[in-house]
Design a protein around this ligand. Structure first.
Ligand SMILES: [Zn+2]
Length: 221
């Protein structure tokens, strides 16, 4: 049961292709495990197509988004599914715990991951360094805590195996935690298993194209 999800603003940016590679990997990793967020992305992809068909982005009014999104939700049966691998949150016996997009970056399953030591009981494997944005796998021994830290930019963490707790909340497979510069936390891995996460840190999100600018008034709702 996934209980922590990305905001709709982030899903819209992903659907519009506005995120950098590292943040896109974070979102697609969550989408492969979360049917609810895949459905939201379906809406945004259809929204983008509908707006592109009917309007010039520069002439859109702010309420165009809400109106079009409402129409799309009514016509959900006609929405084309986003082309990400469809997988349940629980890995089947013998299956990789890594969603397919992550296997591409790792070069296979966890067994082939090339871990580097970060500290006692903590390892990482950098996957993407794209300007200021980086994506890495983290492996934390059972019960071990990561040093307390805050963030210069945004940090997205998605649990792939085991669990961790931070800020009084527990995060399990598929859960996505967002943290920004206002958050100082000290994640602690669950005692039952190692905890493997995908962690992405970045510079501020880019709003370089039409859907990003369109969405900005709605962000934070
Ligand atoms: Zn979700």
């Amino acid at each position: 049961m996934i209980t922590h999800h990305p905001g709709e603003d982030l899903l819209a940016l992903y659907a519009a292709g506005s995120l950098d590679e590292a943040n896109s990997l974070a979102i697609v990793t969550h989408l492969t495990l979360c049917p609810a967020c895949r459905a939201v992305c379906d809406d945004f992809e259809a929204l983008g197509g509908a707006l592109m068909d009917e309007n010039s982005a520069d002439t859109l009014k702010p309420d165009a988004l809400a109106g079009t999104l409402g129409m799309i939700r009514e016509a959900r049966s006609e929405v084309t599914a986003i082309s990400v691998p469809q997988r349940s949150a629980a890995p089947t016996a013998g299956a990789s715990i890594l969603p397919l997009p992550l296997q591409y970056y790792v070069g296979g399953d966890l067994a082939v991951a090339r871990w580097r030591t970060l500290g006692p009981g903590i390892h990482h494997m950098p996957l993407i360094t794209d300007g200021a944005a980086t994506a890495r796998l983290l492996r934390i021994a059972p019960g071990r805590s990561v040093f307390e830290h805050s963030h210069a930019g945004n940090e997205i963490t998605i649990v792939l195996r085991g669990s961790y707790s931070a800020g009084g909340e527990e995060f399990r497979r598929g859960d996505l935690e967002m943290a920004d510069g206002s958050v100082s936390h000290r994640p602690i891995a669950g005692s039952e298993d190692i905890c493997v996460c995908l962690a992405v840190t970045d510079a501020p999100l880019r709003f370089g194209n039409w859907i990003g600018r369109l969405m900005q008034p709605f962000i934070g709702i």
